[in-house]
Ligand binder design. Sequence first.
Ligand code: 5MM
Length: 336
Amino acid sequence: MSELNKIALKILSNGKGILAADESNGTMTKRLDSVAVPSTPENRLLFRETLFTSEAMKKFIGGVILYDETIKQISNSNKAIPELISATGAVPGIKVDTGAKVMANSTEEKITEGLDGLRERLKEYYKLGARFTKWRGVYNITKKHPSELSIHSNAHALARYSALVQECGMVPIVEPEVLMDGDHSAEDCFNKTSKVLKKCFEELMLHNIDFSGIILKPNMILAGASSDKKISNEETAKLTLICLKENVPTEVPGIAFLSGGQTEVEATENLNLINKHNDTNFIMTYSYGRALQQSALKFWSKDIKNIEGTQNVFNHRANMCTLAAQGKWSAELESQ
Ligand code: 5MM
C-alpha cells in the first residue's frame, strides 16, 4: 500500500468524512453576512475553531480542508491550527486553487486558476502540516454548457494540480463540480457529469496520476435547483452510482461527495441511499461544506460565545453524515 493510499484511507475509513471549511474570505463573508456576524479574521477563526475542537472531530471527521488564512492562524489555545486538527486524529488539508475565474473568450464559463507557483506553495503547506489538498473545477449546465473547452481545460488543470500534489507527498482531492443551478433535468446532469468525469480521468491518466492516492469529490446526480422535474432520492442514489461506476477507475479508494446547495437532511439522506445501494468497492462518504455547517453557523450567530451549544449542533450533523456514510441513517434519528 502506498503512503498516499494510506493517507486517503485514514481520511475516509470507518464512516468518517471530510469537513470542507475552506471557504475563501469572499465566500465566508457571504456566509457570515447571512447570519449578521462581522467577517473579521477573529470571527472566522472563532467559528472554525469551535468546530475543530468539537467531539465530532474525534469520532466522525477524518479530514478538514482549510483555507490559506486558517492554516496559518494560531488557535485561542495557542496552537497552530493544523496541530489542533491532527491532535483529534483528523488529517489537515488545504485548498490550493486560487478560485474559478471567467474564462477568456467565454462570458459564461469559468476556469480554475492557481497552477503558477503551486509547487512552491505545496512545499510550504506540507511544512505547515497539510497532507491532502483540494482543487475545484466548476461547470454550469445550460443547453450549450459545459462546453468542450471548459470540460477539457478544467480537466487539464485538475490533472496538472494532482501531479504536483502527489509529487509533494500529499493526496489530491479532485473536485469537478457540475453545479445544481438551473432548470435542467436529472438526465442532463447525468449525461454532463459523465462527460466531465470521463475527461478528468483521461487527463489524470495522461499525467500519470496514481489513482490509489487520490480522492474524488463529485456532485450527486440531481435535477437543477429550479427544475420542476425533480427525481426521488432513490433515483438520485441509483443514477449517481451508475455514473460513478461507468467513469471512475476502480483503483480510486474513495469518493467524498460535495453537498452543492442541498439541505443538510437531503444531502444526508442521499448519501445514505448511495451507501445502501453501493455495489462498488469505493468508499462513499461526504466532504460537505454547507451541509455540515449551516445549522451550526446559524446557532452560533445567536451568541458567538456559546461554544458548547454550537458544538452540540455540529456533533449531531456530523454524526448523521457518518451514519449515512455507512448506510445506517434514518429520518427518526434526526430528532433524537
Ligand atoms: C467550503 O466551500 C468551498 C467553497 O470555496 P470558495 O470560497 O473557493 O468558493 C467549496 O469548494 C466546497 O469545498 C465544496 O463546494 C463543497 O461545499 P458544499 O457546500 O457544496 O458541500
